[in-house]
Design a protein around this ligand. Structure first.
Ligand code: HAM
Length: 415
């Protein structure tokens, strides 16, 4: 027996109501904040992610699905969405449009991770990027949209975590102070952190090992090393968030797992579970477009995992509207009635009425039970007599009342 690959999920019909609910809220939020949809390929040249996500990150080092295709091209299944959007921005000359260009996407993401609840090897992200503006008011708007979107789903008990990790001018100073601090605490570090100390010092701050967390709590804070511009940006952002009435926690250990971030980074987490089950995250990446070959172009964005949202909706017992089901069920008794039922179904569907026709030749009682299970409001019953007289019996499943209707009157009546 074949099984779905480890870390992947079939999205079954019973789950689809969640997906539709979330997608409708996505479309609404994007309309409110002025984002247009973009779809990019499921794979890109590997070099795009090496350059953007960064060579020293878990994603590039351990998690990418990379292969050589039959034309000897090195290809990677998208391990995140931002790099592809920047590539598309450059490729289609979007710098000629009024800035910022605001784009959103819903896409499959592939990461070879250790699967667990809320962590998969293929998941789906809703993300959005605002490219071409460095105003901290835009940071606040991007954060506001993330927050309002999650709230619009009826999710509660969320916490907004915020930090600034500076820019290429001020970060080296901070990194060197951080490295000195960790060197002098080397004996307290887990093997993973010892390993990362040289290559990706920032990531030591979000190690999940309890002892490393203690060490990280006392580490130098990036906000103390910001240059005047980054410092002002961070202060302005906090001022705008206050105007927007958004509560936030400045978390000095929030650094994010991708290398392209500058200045603002933020995450939205369920209050009780913290960083391990982050609902969404994002930040500024003012150098990325230039690194990919464009003119210096500031940008900021956010992404959230749809499977993780669904997990939280279920945990918080949020009920979502059920998907509409066909309201009319056709039951038939005898061969001629079965042929007639096919004709009636076609007439109704051509008139925009959704219909299910009973399969096989079960007893009327069994067919009515089936209609009940489908949640049908009306059952059309067809027997020998109805075939002869071009009529049907229409039964209301709520009142159990029945009446005979000529078929030419049926569509209008059901509409
Ligand atoms: P990220 O934090 O790597 O950011 O992923 C965004 C969200 O995707 C996470 O907060 C989480 O909800 C979900 N997610 C990540 N990995 C998994 C997984 N293995 N299984 C299920 N859900 C997962 C980014 O990808 C950035 N591109 C976000 C961004 C956009 N930054 C700027 N613009």
């Amino acid at each position: 027996m074949h099984k779905a690959p480890r870390g992947t999920l079939d999205i079954l019909p019973e789950e689809q109501a969640y997906w539709r609910y979330i997608k409708q809220k996505i479309i609404h939020a994007c309309q409110l904040y002025g984002y247009e949809r973009i779809d990019t390929p499921a794979f890109e040249d590997t070099s795009l992610f090496n350059r953007s996500v960064g060579e020293g990150t878990d994603i590039v080092e351990k998690e990418m699905y990379t292969f050589e295709d039959k034309g000897k091209n090195k290809i990677t299944l998208t391990p995140e969405g931002t790099a592809s959007i920047c590539r598309a921005y450059l490729e289609h000359g979007f710098h000629n449009l009024p800035q910022p260009v605001k784009l959103y996407y819903i896409t499959s993401i592939f990461r070879y991770e250790r699967p667990q609840a809320g962590r998969y090897r293929q998941h789906h992200q809703f993300g959005y990027e605002a490219i071409g503006d460095d105003d901290p008011a835009l940071d606040a708007e991007v954060i506001d949209m993330a927050w309002q979107f999650l709230k619009s789903l009826n999710l509660d008990h969320l916490s907004l975590q915020l930090n600034s990790i500076g820019c290429k001018k001020c970060r080296p100073l901070y990194l060197s102070a951080l490295k000195d601090y960790y060197m002098s605490n080397n004996q307290n570090l887990c093997p993973d952190c010892k390993n990362r100390l040289e290559r990706n010092t920032l990531r030591l701050l979000d190690c999940k090992n309890p002892q490393c967390q203690q060490t990280a709590n006392a580490a130098p804070k990036s906000s103390q090393y910001l240059c005047p511009q980054c410092d002002d940006h961070f202060k302005q952002l906090q001022r705008y968030l206050t105007i927007l009435d958004l509560s936030f926690v400045v978390n000095h250990r929030l650094v994010r797992g991708l290398d392209y971030y500058t200045k603002t980074v933020f995450e939205i987490q369920p209050e009780t579970e913290g960083a391990q089950s982050t609902l969404g995250g994002g930040g500024r990446y003012d150098d990325l477009i230039a690194e990919l070959g464009g003119k210096p172009t500031p940008a900021i964005g956010f992404a959230t995992g749809i499977e993780r949202i669904i997990l939280n909706l279920k945990k918080q017992n949020v009920s979502v509207p059920p998907l509409p089901k066909p309201q009319v069920f056709i039951a038939h008794i005898g061969n001629e009635a079965r042929d007639f039922s096919i004709k009636i179904a076609a007439i109704l569907r051509r008139n925009g009425i959704a219909v299910i026709v009973a399969g096989g030749s079960r007893s009327l009682k069994a067919q009515l039970r089936q209609a009940n299970n489908f949640g049908s409001h009306h059952v059309i019953i067809i027997g020998e007599q109805e075939v002869k007289t071009d009529t049907v019996i229409l039964r209301s499943m709520t009142t159990a009342q029945q009446r005979t209707i000529p078929i030419n009157e049926l569509p209008a009546l059901l509409q």
